[in-house]
Unconditional design. Sequence first.
Length: 293
Amino acid sequence: MNFQAKMLRDDALKNKNIVVTGGGSGLGKAMTKYFLELGAQVAITSRNLEKLQTTVKELEEETGGKCFAIQCDVRLYEEVKQMRDEAIKQMGSVDILLNNAAGNFISPTERLSANAFDTIIDIVLKGSKNCTLAFGKHWIDQKETNKTVLNIVTTYAWTGSAYVVPSATAKAGVLAMTRSLAVEWAKYGIRFNAVAPGPFPTKGAWDRLLPGNLKEKFDLAQKVPLKRVGEHQELANLAAYLVSDFSAYVNGEVITIDGGEWLKGAGQFNLLEDIPSEMWDMLEEMIRKKKNK
Ligand code: COA
């Protein structure tokens, strides 16, 4: 058994129908694959139908599960409602919504046009809101219960972060929505939780967040106390637990999975990690001498 092993029992998501936005690639695809392995039916959505269809074929072959491709730009509420209706038509019902679709790139904020800022807010915040509202209203109207929404945020949703300001702003909104609706819609039998991943390399995100030789220049593993980046299966394990009935009493929680990365940036003296052990002897001596003066 190691941290890359599959965590839940084989039928953990049997009879669950899941919608994963942005499920055609990256972390959305990794989570979808595990959901299929656990017996769920999954509809993946994105703007790029061709990419979705390739992913569906690949995942169905690999897992033997049932996966559906539905084109949808999460920024547009009408398209989201059509996607919801199509997902219900294909799978019979939807039990779980995973708001995973995101957009992000690094840029000094003063270089951004108003439209560039809007584009990220629209994909991340408005997209999550559109999907949440479309599915939530449906579940409430139909009096369907035991539903759950999982939102993918980030550790800078609460700290903020320079150079990804639209993303930080939008993810903070998604986190607020998660906690607010966890309380408000619990009475309808809908749970809301979030996952805040640290560095989990994917091609899409890495090409936008660490383009060119930035990948070599900024080795993100070195920023993590555990000195490694995350493995996709680790995130898939957590996501599967949070959407499964095993987490039925977990509501309004955000779970960080980042090897301690954000806390390392926060602790005032954490940079002392760079001090070699021989130097600690000298420092201890200096500190002890001070005490006696
Ligand atoms: N720096 C500054 N501005 C940028 C930019 C960059 N690197 N990339 C795009 N923009 C601006 C564009 O110029 C445009 O603004 P303008 O109309 O004022 O010129 C605006 O952002 C929208 O760009 P556009 O390419 O038209 O939007 P899109 O909807 O086709 O693409 C993105 C959205 C830019 C977020 C694109 O990267 C994307 O589709 N990402 C989805 C996947 C993703 O980001 N994954 C990583 C998640 S961590």
